[in-house]
Ligand binder design. Structure first.
Ligand code: NOJ
Ligand code: CA
Length: 553
């Protein structure tokens, strides 16, 4: 067998796995309090099995004050009581494992919640104490320390520094937070911090968790040596160094941490797997994806690509080449809890797509979406990535072809990005609770309401409406995933060239599984071979625009 084959053996299950992301607070609410919970997820195991996914990844379910949708963790080895208990977690895990679905949990190591017991202890402890050393506390500048220690911005707002009040009531030191002020950054030069995350890795691995998604994996180690403090007013990738010596991100030293985690993961049988969320220069992803490191690293390249065959081709080939070098496998992603749903993105005109905040701010944003076209392209795009070598990460609701709900009143928004960007963009739309049925107080999400308002059009786009309906997006996903299980083969492809039409992406896998996508609007000739599935209606001899067809040649 070739080196990277479709091994579905105990160690390689992740290489071509389809991983379905669940945002627990918005998936299924068992007790009717409007917040999704673990029992809700357990109740949907039959649905997930029928969908045909290999694994689920759960966004954070830990105790949290929800300053950032749960990415502000108050206790890494526990469950938010609003979401469930550890016993309920074990039940959920068992139910998923019983039907062959593996489970990833989210690890958030760059920062904790300000409610974490360590941060609370740091606030009470004096300057220079071991408690403060677990975070990044510094004196302010100026006569009374009233000026922030450096000009460093945060992802969600103007500054990455917040001043505390000392236990004696006087204005005190400042702490660094690359995200919201409720998310203080850990000091990864502190051994206790390192040891605690090893403990967390063992805690969840011992419970039987199969994999970990590592949040902002590139940010942990900062250049803080000899009193140095990073200064930065933009986190644009173009200002990040790509040689491992950047002050803030992707420093070479971060990989020592992941090597130590890998040793722990490898103590288990099968070894636990991990995927890095690392927003780094494309050439720097390899280290995160290495065998000694986390093993896999997200490529979000396709999530930013417009509907264009040439751009898709270049991105796909770049990522295939990169994974061939590292021996890792690819991670194809269109949607997650941080981005506008891809059915909506693909329905936007080029101008709106090139400046999403501007589009989002415009009063007529909804009317700028061609919903039908966006959905046709989303379906075609999904079949395309399902046919590629590597793994695919799906986001809850995309299997229904959901568009982004865009009418959440500002007073009901929850996303810190919305508040701190003065209404430029919000991630709440893609986090609106799942519609399971056409009726009911929350479209089957639960017996009560929903913590974010669901749009009225959910009555037409939901699981009940699509279940068993030929041609529905749900049935398309189910059929595609069922076929894919039988078709997955060696991690290679051969491009079939279409010299006279730059709107086509056509490739064949080693076992003759062929995928043809027509990115254009005009029909193209249907190649010879047995048609297995198409993302939309096709004709006897042609593939209409915005459509993918799978053939067996
Ligand atoms: C990336 C997560 O995906 C996002 O939702 C979160 O806001 C930040 N990391 C901070 O944890
Ligand atoms: Ca609930």
């Amino acid at each position: 067998m070739a080196e990277h084959t479709f091994l579905r053996g105990p160690k390689d299950w992740w290489r071509q796995a389809v991983v379905y992301q669940i945002y627990p607070r918005s998936y299924a609410d068992n007790n009717g309090d409007g917040i999704g919970d673990l029992k809700g997820i357990t109740s949907r195991v039959p649905y997930l099995k029928e969908l045909g996914v290999d694994a689920v990844w759960l966004s954070p379910f830990y105790p949290s004050e929800l300053a950032d949708g749960g990415y502000d963790v108050a206790d890494y080895r526990n469950i938010d009581p609003r979401i469930g208990t550890l016993e309920e977690f074990d039940e959920m895990l068992e139910a998923l494992h019983a039907v062959g679905i593996r489970v990833f949990v989210d690890v958030v190591p760059n920062h904790s919640s300000d409610q974490h017991e360590w941060f609370q202890a740091a606030l009470k402890a004096p300057k220079g104490s071991p408690e403060r050393d677990r975070y990044i506390f510094r004196d302010g500048k100026g006569e009374h320390g009233e000026i922030r220690p450096s000009e460093l911005c945060s992802h969600f707002g103007p500054t990455a520094w917040t001043r505390i009040t000392e236990p004696d009531g006087t204005p005190g030191q400042w702490y660094m937070h690359l995200f919201a002020k409720e998310q203080p950054d850990f000091n990864w030069d502190n051994q206790e911090v390192r040891d605690d995350f090893i403990k967390t890795a063992r805690f969840w691995s011992d419970r039987g968790v199969d994999g970990f998604r590592i949040d902002v994996a590139h940010a942990l180690v900062k250049n803080l040596k000899d009193g140095h403090l990073p200064e930065r007013l933009s986190f644009d990738l173009s200002v990040m160094k790509n040689d491992g010596t950047d002050d803030l991100f992707d420093r070479d030293e971060v990989h020592e941490i992941y090597k130590s985690w890998r040793q722990v993961y490898n103590e288990y049988d099968p070894p636990r797997v991990a995927v890095a969320e690392a927003w780094v220069h494309a050439n720097r992803r390899a280290a995160y994806a290495s065998e000694e490191g986390l093993g896999q690293s997200f490529s979000f390249d396709l999530a930013f690509e417009p509907w264009n065959a040439k751009k898709f081709h270049n991105t796909i080939q770049y990522n295939l080449d990169a994974s061939a070098k590292t021996g890792s496998s690819n991670t194809w992603v269109f949607s997650n809890h941080d981005v506008i749903r891809h059915a909506t993105r693909f329905g936007l005109d080029a101008e709106s797509l090139s400046n999403l905040p501007k589009w989002f701010r415009s009063a007529d944003r909804e009317s700028k979406i061609n919903k039908e076209l966006g959905l046709a392209r989303a379906r075609a795009a999904t079949m395309l990535i399902f046919a590629l070598p590597g793994s695919t990460y799906l986001y809850q609701g995309e299997e229904l072809g959901l568009h982004e709900p865009l009418n959440i009143p500002s007073e009901q928004m929850q996303d810190p990005q919305w508040f701190r960007s003065e209404g430029s963009i919000s991630r709440d739309g893609c986090r609106v609770p799942m519609p399971w049925t056409s009726t009911g107080s929350s479209f089957g999400f639960g017996p009560g309401g929903a913590h974010l308002p669901q749009p009225e059009w959910f009555k037409d786009v939901n699981v009940e409406k699509q279940d068993g309906v030929a041609g529905s997006t749900l049935e398309l996903y189910r059929t595609a995933l069922m076929l894919r299980k039988g078709l997955v083969c060696a991690e290679k492809l051969t491009w079939n060239k279409h010299w006279f039409n730059s709107n086509v992406l056509d490739f064949t896998r080693p076992n003759g599984w062929r995928s043809v996508t027509n990115f254009g609007n005009k029909p193209i000739k249907l190649p010879k071979g047995k048609v297995l599935l198409s993302s939309g209606p096709i004709n006897a001899n042609s593939i209409p625009g915005n459509t993918t067809v799978w053939l067996q040649s």
